[in-house]
Design a binder for this molecule. Structure first.
Ligand code: NDP
Ligand code: 2IT
Length: 443
């Protein structure tokens, strides 16, 4: 049986500067230790030593010309982590903080997440330290074209299918797709999150936020309650946050906060999502502009929303945005559930604190899997050259999220950690990938 401590030291030695990646590996290993206690025969060296090493890591130069005619250079990444159960699949993040550690942590988590969806998708992630904020459409287009001029040779509908993440939405996917098609002379489902006029799927825009609420609803129902009249504190104001807010409101909750990297708004009357959408989706503005239209709301610069009392917290912005002090504040204010829309938003000490205090905690690799699940449905529609209706896709998404919740709950229970969905998610995600890796031999 693998000694996970020894393996973790090996991973640390091999990735000495990759704090986020090591954090993600450590969390998974904590759950795999539970397998070691109950079913040690299910952990073997052959699988584990390969699981923590990406199959392929691509780093490339992305030169582009800005509006002043000046040459700019960014760094591009694609980490193809694991293809045991399907083509590599996962988003692209364009954000100045992007580095190899962040892309590896996201790719590693994606392997387990995609496994949980039950759809045939391996795990990968990519991106760039390019910052789309404040850039013109022309600059974003030239950057995307240059990025794809290298990326195209590494991807394909049956090889690796990128999608959006932070800083990559419909506009960027359009430019990336156009350039891929031009270079390859092939109209194929090589990216997901495409526009509806060229092969995109209904519900993909809403899928991560809606899926998060479907998962949370299943979890609440399991405890005999639901979203009705619950106060929700939410971070972020991007794609995931906006549609999480919309679905939570539709399900009867009152969402009182949203944020961006500058600060957060608190509207005790409940967020007016039309105003947020106008600021964020139409004007690409800042969340503080909300209070101009809603003077009853407050804006707090340089802070996160976790000190606002709530029943449910939905972190939907970025990794490590909810730390131990925030968790203490949430618990003090009587929070019932913390469900992650973002990837790894809760720090390890905060997760432990929430679990010790009996807060229901849903890890992102389970609760935000709706985005990639809907991407899988987009791939199916592309493969059969058909488009399904909104109701059809929404129902499939909901069924998938409920089934992911059931898997997390049942696996956690089976392995002696009832209500620890993070244990259930990691174990269930791992077991499927491990079986496929074993069956395929030493590759
Ligand atoms: P967007 O780019 O649409 O939105 C990102 C949001 O996070 C913005 O409000 C942004 O504010 C905020 N943010 C960025 N950096 C920070 C920071 N350092 N501190 C506080 N807030 C910050 O991205 P998405 O909504 O697509 O992604 C949000 C999260 O959800 C990410 O963790 C992503 O990995 C995850 N996710 C996304 C999926 C998808 O389908 N899109 C699927 C599953 C997970 P600002 O405008 O100031 O930068
Ligand atoms: O983190 C994620 O799951 C995503 N950004 C979505 C990936 C996808 O391929 O749709």
């Amino acid at each position: 049986m693998t000694d996970l401590k020894v393996l973790y030291e090996t991973v640390k030695k091999r990735n000495p500067n990759d704090a986020e990646f090591l954090q993600a590996v450590e969390e998974v290993f904590e759950s795999l230790n539970v397998i070691a206690d109950v079913h040690p025969e299910k952990l073997d060296d052959d699988v584990l030593y390969r699981l923590v090493e990406p199959e392929r890591q691509i780093i490339f130069r992305v030169p582009w010309i800005d509006d002043q005619g000046k040459m700019q250079v960014n760094r591009g990444f694609r980490v193809q982590f694991n293809s045991a159960i399907g083509p590599y699949k996962g988003g692209l993040r364009f954000h100045p903080s992007v580095n190899i550690s962040i892309i590896k942590f996201l790719g590693f988590e994606q392997v387990f997440k995609n496994s949980l969806t039950t759809l045939p998708m391996g795990g990968g992630k990519g991106g760039s330290d390019f910052d789309p904020k404040g850039k013109s459409d022309g600059e974003v287009m030239r950057f995307c074209q240059s990025f794809m001029t290298e990326l195209y040779r590494h991807i394909g509908a049956n090889t690796d299918v990128p999608a959006g993440d932070i800083g990559v939405g419909a506009r960027e996917i359009g430019y990336l797709f156009g350039q891929y098609k031009r270079i390859q002379n092939e109209f194929t489902g090589v990216l997901t999150g495409k526009g509806l006029s060229y092969g995109g799927s209904l519900v993909r825009t809403e899928a991560t936020g809606y899926g998060l609420c479907y998962f949370t609803e299943a979890m609440l129902k399991d405890k005999g309650t639901d979203f009705t009249d619950k106060t929700v504190v939410l971070s972020g104001s991007g794609n995931v946050a906006i549609y999480a807010c919309q679905k939570a409101q539709q399900l009867g909750a009152k969402v009182v906060t949203m944020s961006d990297s500058n600060g957060f708004i608190y509207d005790p009357n409940g967020i007016d999502l039309d105003t947020v959408k106008e600021i964020k989706e139409v004007r690409r503005g800042r969340i503080k502009e909300y209070v101009e239209k809603h003077p009853e709301a407050t804006y707090t610069e340089g802070a996160r929303p976790w000190a606002i009392p709530c029943d449910i917290a939905l972190p939907c912005a970025i990794q490590n945005e909810l730390g131990l002090d925030d968790a203490k504040e949430l618990v003090k204010n009587g929070v019932m559930a913390v469900c992650e829309g973002a990837n790894m938003p809760t720090t390890p000490d905060a997760i432990h604190y929430l679990l010790e205090n009996k807060v229901l905690y849903a890890p992102g690799k389970a609760s935000n899997a709706g985005g990639v699940a809907c991407s899988g449905l987009e791939m199916s529609q592309n493969a059969e050259h058909l488009s399904w209706t909104f109701e059809d896709v929404d129902k499939k998404l909901k069924d998938i999220m409920v089934s992911i919740f059931n898997t997390c709950r049942d696996t956690a229970k089976e392995y002696g950690h009832p209500d620890q969905y993070v244990v259930g998610a990691n174990i269930a995600g791992y077991l499927k990938v491990a079986e496929a890796m074993k069956a395929q031999g030493c590759v």
